[in-house]
Design a protein around this ligand. Structure first.
Ligand SMILES: Nc1ncnc2c1ncn2[C@@H]1O[C@H](COP(=O)(O)OP(=O)(O)OP(=O)(O)O)[C@@H](O)[C@H]1O
Length: 248
């Protein structure tokens, strides 16, 4: 039987007395998209960081395509075909946008030559809508374009499993639909995607399944429509969001 592309079992990560993640278990079959939502501080980024090797778990297991990568280093996880974006963008500042993407292209799982990496960088930059900014320095980019660069760097790894950490943050409403189209296109190509997002509409539109975190624990999971209609989710997540926006 084919293993899930991602399987997390009983994953816990403590920071001192705080359990940022507590006994979280989830399976994402190959080619599916999992949306992860939850209030600020509920453990979403910690989940990504532990799975991608940027944080060690306190306990629990991480299997990627059936392979135990619990506590592996980021490099090893990337080589296993896992790409990610960071909530706080971290490009190499001394390189152009294009060079940043080329570095990622050579670093990926596929051991590419410089010429191949250049070709792939061109494709990926066009795909995320950054072809016109390729020669610029990352510091010159708008917030939205800096997020596109993050996405381009993750895509240049040609991941089989892709973690998107709030890639829609800072985008204008008109920019959200093209971003969702891109996520759907990647899914249609067979990429398994875990998308963390505060834009609930986006999660509902792209996810096959939604996982709701609350105070580091799984509150519920299931098909988007069912999860969004769950009174506990409305209370824990939507209520919180609406409260923050002053009831809007
Ligand atoms: N390196 C760290 N050291 C100490 N505490 C941390 C660290 N990283 C995260 N935390 C804490 O762990 C909890 C979960 O944080 P996390 O960033 O995973 O939440 P999140 O759901 O991604 O939040 P947001 O929606 O604001 O990005 C929070 O209480 C946070 O303050």
């Amino acid at each position: 039987m084919t293993p899930p592309m991602l399987e997390v079992r009983g994953l816990t990560r403590r920071f001192g007395g705080l359990a940022a993640l507590s006994e979280v278990s989830v399976r994402v079959p190959a080619g599916r998209t999992l949306g992860v939502i939850g209030p600020n501080g509920s453990g979403k980024s910690t989940l990504i960081n532990v799975v991608t090797g940027h944080l060690k778990p306190t306990s629990g297991t991480v299997l990627i395509n059936g392979r135990d990568l619990t506590g592996a280093r980021p490099w090893t996880v990337a080589k296993a075909g896992v790409g990610r974006t960071f909530q706080v963008v971290k490009p190499f500042r001394g390189m152009s946008v294009r060079e940043n993407v080329m570095v990622a292209a050579t670093y990926g799982a596929h051991g590419r030559t410089a010429a191949d990496a250049a070709g792939l960088a061109t494709d990926v930059l066009a795909r995320v809508g950054l072809a016109g900014q390729a020669g610029r320095a990352p510091a010159e980019l708008s917030v939205a374009d800096a997020r596109r660069l993050e996405l381009a760097r993750a895509l240049a790894l040609e991941p089989r499993l892709l973690f998107l950490d709030e890639v829609l943050a800072g985008l204008r409403p008109a920019e959200i639909d093209p971003a969702l189209d891109l996520i759907r296109a990647l899914a249609a190509e067979g990429v398994t995607i875990v998308v963390v997002e505060h834009v609930v509409r986006a999660i509902v539109e792209v996810s096959d399944e939604v996982l709701v975190l609350h105070e580091g624990k799984v509150l519920t999971s299931g098909p988007p429509d069912r999860v969004m209609a769950d009174p506990r989710v409305i209370e824990a997540y939507l209520g919180h969001r609406y409260a923050r926006r002053g009831g809007a």
